[in-house]
Write a protein that binds this ligand. Structure first.
Ligand SMILES: Cc1ncc(C[n+]2csc(CCOP(=O)(O)OP(=O)(O)O)c2C)c(N)n1
Ligand code: SF4
Ligand SMILES: [Mg+2]
Length: 278
């Protein structure tokens, strides 16, 4: 079993993250999952957009592409179709993945493209200094919400599930062992797998919302997360202000895009007349 540091590009260190940021813990969990599955790292492609979360690919020794803001899933779709034998992982932020890249997220889920997406939800646009995102809770503060966020967030896991994703899960940075397990399962899943990771941005979000130190922010995650199993025994009132962690939805039946596409290609080649109903 290799160590996490064996997967890092030593010449790209130190990384850019602030002390106490959740991004490094998430990258550690991802690397351990890849190592557990004994993936050949030359066969792994990691594709990101823009943001602090996107910088996960700067220091890891996979095949990496940093794309434009919100467009990682578009690039990843093209990449996977061109190189179906490769293991493709997308890391995105709440702004990158659910804001500017929201449309790509919906349609990649709908197509059930066989890749794994990790959306790091730190409730804010961290890299640009703390503007509110589609996942910032109502009433919380940001540079663009000096009197509190007037908007309400949506549940991004429910969104991708409704759009057609076939593996949907949520964890936090605090629940790092669960996170590693979920990433392992997501990577092994055939089809579009999606994990939302509730993370901490002590600089752009925590400070402005008086959430205390990174340690306090981890305690906040611990206190607000409820496992799928525990949530089944709680009433709606007890679940108010809580979020559910674990595997939220798994569908092994629905074929992924490539499987259907390859079968259709074969059929079209065999047919003398070409496409159309027989
Ligand atoms: C087209 C475009 N618009 C805006 C930006 C500026 N920008 C860079 S990072 C970022 C926000 C990223 O937020 P998020 O995805 O939540 O990532 P985080 O930094 O919080 O990890 C923005 C708006 C950009 N780089 N490109
Ligand atoms: S600004 Fe926030 S998300 Fe970005 S590195 Fe610092 S703590 Fe992490
Ligand atoms: Mg963010």
């Amino acid at each position: 079993m290799a160590k996490v540091k064996d997967y890092l590009r030593q010449d790209k260190l130190p990384h850019i993250w602030c002390p106490g940021c959740g991004d490094g813990t998430i990258l550690g969990a991802l690397i351990r999952a890849v190592d557990k599955l004994a993936y050949d790292r030359d066969n792994v492609a990691m594709i990101t957009g823009i943001g602090c979360s996107a910088r996960t690919n700067a220091i890891v020794d996979f095949n990496t592409i940093q794309t434009t803001h919100g467009r990682a899933l578009g690039f990843a779709t093209g990449f996977k179709l061109a190189k179906p034998e490769m293991d493709v992982i997308v890391v995105t932020g709440d702004g990158d993945g659910s804001g500017i890249g929201g449309n790509h997220l919906i349609h990649t889920a709908r197509r059930n493209i066989d890749l794994t997406t990790i959306l790091i939800n730190n409730s804010i646009y961290g890299m640009t200094g703390g503007q509110y995102s589609p996942l910032t809770p109502h009433g919380y503060y940001g540079t663009t919400a000096p009197y509190g966020n007037v908007e309400y967030p949506f549940d991004v896991c429910e969104l991708v599930k409704a759009a057609g994703a076939t593996y949907v899960a949520r964890s936090t940075v605090y629940h790092v062992n669960l996170l590693e397990k979920l990433i392992t399962n997501a990577l092994a899943h055939k089809g579009f797998s999606f994990i939302e990771v509730v993370s901490q941005c002590p600089i752009g979000f925590g400070r402005r919302n008086k959430m205390g130190s990174p340690y306090n922010m981890l305690l906040w995650q611990k206190e607000h997360a409820v496992t799928v199993q525990a949530s089944a025994k709680l009433s709606a009132a007890e679940l108010k202000d809580k979020f559910i962690i674990g595997e939220l939805y798994v569908n092994e039946e629905r074929k992924d895009f490539m499987e259907t596409y390859t079968a259709m290609q074969k059929q079209a080649k065999e047919s003398k007349k070409g496409g159309g109903k027989k």
